[in-house]
Design a protein around this ligand. Structure first.
Ligand code: ZN
Ligand code: ZN
Length: 147
């Protein structure tokens, strides 16, 4: 999975289709919205995540790993299998949280648009808009493969 950051000039979301670990401590990115070049530090990158909606409690959660993956919904503890193609299968129903009429946010898949990244003076493409829109109610899934 890639990562993203915000343009220091126009605050646009910049998506980079490269893993955070592969970046040097500092590097240049050129915004594809305002075309200004800024210096960024590795720790200013946020790792990409994929948002899903629990099919049982309808709340959102996200994963930072690539599917297929077995997780538990952080809201209702349902056991959910995230398939290779990104669809989810409810394995075991959990317990509905109190505010069960949660937001219906729909499925936000990997909204990554293609990006070009070079070792220096990178031109970066793609905007990650939808993925950042509804993060406030979303929690990271509980990974079940840790055993
Ligand atoms: Zn910009
Ligand atoms: Zn749930």
């Amino acid at each position: 999975m890639g990562c993203y950051t915000r343009c220091k000039s126009c605050n646009a979301n910049l998506y980079i289709s490269q893993q955070k670990e592969t970046f040097p401590l500092s590097f240049y990115l050129t915004c594809n919205i305002c075309f200004r070049q800024n210096t960024y530090l590795n720790h200013e990158l946020t790792e990409e995540r994929h948002d899903y909606q629990c099919s049982f409690c309808k709340n959102q959660f996200f994963i930072k790993r690539s599917p297929p993956l077995s997780v538990s919904c952080p809201h209702c503890r349902s056991n959910i299998y995230i398939n290779y193609d990104g669809t989810i299968t409810l394995i075991l129903q959990g317990t509905l949280p109190d505010k069960s009429k949660g937001t219906v946010g729909g499925l936000l898949g990997g909204a990554a648009v293609g990006a070009i990244f070079g070792p220096e003076g990178a031109i970066i493409g793609g905007i990650l808009g939808a993925l950042l829109g509804s993060q406030s109610t979303s929690k990271e899934a509980i990974y079940n493969d840790a055993v």
